[in-house]
Design a protein around this ligand. Structure first.
Ligand SMILES: [Fe+2]
Length: 316
């Protein structure tokens, strides 16, 4: 069924746009937003993102979780090992650590990072929820050799059955906080600049010759649009390549990981209103005989329209 009539509350789009641009201006991120628009991705340097101490806390937490789940002590100068971690997929040079948000408060803090928040809200127009927070644990590919091309090119955005992607907006976006240096030799993410403008997924093998490395030192934040074709170069060096990838999606989409009712009240209490929206704390859908919860629906509409909750409450 369609959304209730209150969804038609009029609003002023320019104000909503201004609201998304204000943090970009305040944080001096205009250059990176321009790169997102032009190339479909950007690499924000560490000094703009977070302190080295904070990045170290995130990295320590990821290494701890890796040890706890795999039974194998992980260190930056050794290859990874999925050990006893029952997960999918496990490959010869990588595995993923899922569902990090509940593992350490540092991951909550990362989700509240002002630069991450500003760029994600800009891309998604503020209509966004967290889909997953994952670490890609990657190590040397023994079968790879220098000069090998990027593999696994894809778009993160869900498409039509024909592989068409939305032109008018981003249904999803992604952001990787680099916990180790990202270079081509170290197996960094590969991007196909401008591919977001094609509005479709790549055909088999397409774009490989145009893929470039998204490089940056530890602490860099790599952000890309849902349409942008990307993959990764093989890791040719010893040791780990680590990140924390925060995948975001429009609130109409199903999230990859389970938040909402899984989020404990004490976590919601210590976090911002934006955080509560990100984890679906006000999600009104899934109602039964009495329809949607009024207060949740008002908060959803306020978020989507930029209107004051009181105005919506008075109109509904
Ligand atoms: Fe991806």
């Amino acid at each position: 069924m369609a959304e209730p009539a209150t969804a038609a509350v009029p609003h002023d789009p320019p104000n909503a746009v201004d609201a998304m641009l204000a943090p970009i201006r305040e944080l001096g991120l205009e250059q990176y937003v321009a790169e997102l628009e032009h190339y479909g991705y950007t690499v924000i340097p560490p000094e703009r993102v977070a302190s080295p101490e904070f990045v170290g806390r995130v990295r320590d937490a990821v290494l701890r979780v890796a040890h706890e789940r795999t039974g194998v002590e992980h260190a930056l100068d050794r290859p990874g090992d999925a050990g006893s971690y029952e997960t999918f997929p496990i490959q010869s040079d990588r595995y993923l650590l899922y569902y990090l948000l509940f593992e350490d408060e540092v991951f909550e803090e990362w989700l509240e990072n002002p630069v991450l928040a500003a760029v994600v809200d800009y891309i998604m127009g503020g209509q966004v929820q967290l889909s997953s927070m994952v670490s890609f644990v990657k190590w040397r590919d023994r079968n790879a050799k220098p000069g090998d091309p990027a593999t696994g090119l894809h778009s993160d955005s869900p498409g039509s059955p024909e592989g068409l992607l939305p032109f008018s907006h981003s249904a999803v976006c992604n952001a990787a906080l680099c916990l180790t240096d990202y270079t081509r030799e170290d197996g960094c993410i590969a991007m196909v600049p401008g591919s977001h403008r094609l509005g479709r997924v790549p055909l088999e093998g397409e774009g490989v010759d145009r893929a470039v490395p998204a490089e940056g030192p530890t602490g860099s934040l790599i952000v890309w649009l849902g349409n942008t074709w990307h993959g990764a170069f093989p890791k040719l060096t010893e040791g780990l390549r680590l990140n924390v990838t925060s995948y975001h999606c429009h609130p109409a989409l199903k999230t990859q990981e389970r938040y909402q009712d899984a989020v404990p009240p004490e976590m919601l209490a210590r976090r911002s209103e934006r955080f509560r929206h990100l984890v679906g704390a006000y999600e009104p859908f899934g109602w039964t005989v009495n329809g949607p919860d009024k207060e949740r629906m008002i908060k959803r509409l306020a978020r989507l329209t930029g209107l004051d909750e009181g105005i919506i409450r008075a109109a509904s």
